[in-house]
Design a binder for this molecule. Structure first.
Ligand code: TYM
Length: 328
């Protein structure tokens, strides 16, 4: 029996942060390590064009995502690593998919509304179509499992709807892709409001941050007196508890929570320990990254081979869809 396929991607919009790492990359590494799956991981450069971007920096950002993938533990011997725009079949399938998606459905999507609110001047057709291209990224490999953060669930729902519609209308056999969730599927913002996000300054810690940078960022997380009758469910203190759970484990989180409703927390000590725990996880990734930075030819080879492997699968699916849709 052939292996179940896994597909995921990250936009090339800057350095990866802890949200990308815990919500997506950790799941990608976990699935790669199981021999039940064939894993394909891409850099979603086309999706990076859906909001304002710097043309001069795009190539550098694309390379940075590949470097982050490799340094975070994705192994090109096991996974196909590729750049979305180097597999043009994605955009062709995307167009075919757009014929079965209603405009109203796309306009009411919460992720679209959020992006429009963030970038009121960028309400383009590309942004509206973001989830349709994402569905094409996934379905072109007939992938059934997608390691992404919880924020991507509305997009996966669109992919499932497209799969059902294409199967019912044209007799195709797309799987309805499911999200592969990690423990860090929702990493909150350091500001205490919303999720950690590349587009919100002061909200994130990058994978490339050193101990001093991490300490500085954590020192700005808003806190309170350190004690109370009830544990805060949101705000900076809730963010700290979540990060403690993710980097220091459940027992440490419970210890601090007990202090909160008891004798009180000393945030300076808590932040110091948490900074060290985060850095301990990031240090090996940073060391691997500096090794890889000195070998750009290797990285280029990974990207080239990845595109070739991905195109082979993608072109077969595209051919099948075109035939079934009457395009010969
Ligand atoms: P992007 O670049 O916005 O996000 C990349 C991944 O990081 C996850 N993520 C988070 N997870 C937990 N907590 C957070 N605070 C947090 N912030 C970001 C996102 O859920 C995502 O998994 N649309 C995709 C890119 C894409 C894609 C695809 C993914 C394009 N085509 C096909 C999978 C399959 C995205 O959100 O990129």
């Amino acid at each position: 029996m052939s292996k179940r396929r896994v597909l995921s991607g990250i936009r090339a919009t800057g350095r990866l942060h802890l949200g990308n790492y815990l919500g997506a990359v950790k799941g990608m590494v976990e699935l790669e390590e199981s021999d039940k799956y064939e894993t394909l991981y891409m850099v979603a450069d086309l999706h990076s064009l859906t909001t304002p971007y710097d043309k001069e920096k795009l190539q550098e950002n694309v390379k940075n995502v590949v470097l982050d993938y490799l340094s975070a533990g994705i192994n090109p011997e096991k996974s196909t690593i590729f750049i979305q725009s180097q597999v043009p079949e994605h955009t062709e399938l995307f167009y075919l998919f757009s014929t079965v998606v209603s405009l109203a459905r796309m306009m009411h999507l919460p992720t679209y509304k959020e992006k429009i609110a963030q970038h009121p001047k960028s309400s383009t057709v590309a942004l509206l179509n973001y989830p349709v291209l994402m569905a094409s990224d996934i379905l072109i490999y007939k992938a059934g499992l997608v390691p992404v953060g919880i924020d991507q669930e509305p997009h996966l729902e669109i992919a499932r709807e497209i799969a059902r519609k294409m199967n019912a209308t044209y007799g195709l056999d797309f799987l309805e892709p499911k999200r592969f969730a990690t423990k860090g599927e929702y990493v909150p913002s350091l500001t205490g409001e919303g999720k950690m996000s590349k587009s919100v300054d002061g909200s994130f810690i990058n994978l490339t941050d050193d101990l001093e940078a991490i300490k500085k960022k954590l020192s700005k997380v808003p806190t309170d007196s350190g004690a109370g009758d009830m544990l805060p469910k949101e705000g900076g203190v809730a963010t700290l508890f979540t990060l403690i759970e993710l980097f220091q484990g459940t027992n440490e989180r419970i210890k601090y929570e007990e202090q909160y409703i008891g004798s009180g927390i000393k945030y300076s000590e808590l932040k110091e320990k948490l900074s060290e725990a985060i850095y301990e996880d990031l240090k090996p990734i940073q060391e691997k990254r500096s090794e890889l930075e000195s070998d750009p030819e290797y990285v280029d080879k990974v990207i080239k081979e990845g595109a070739e492997k991905a195109r082979k699968i993608a072109s077969e699916t595209l051919k099948e869809v075109k035939q079934k849709m009457g395009l010969g």
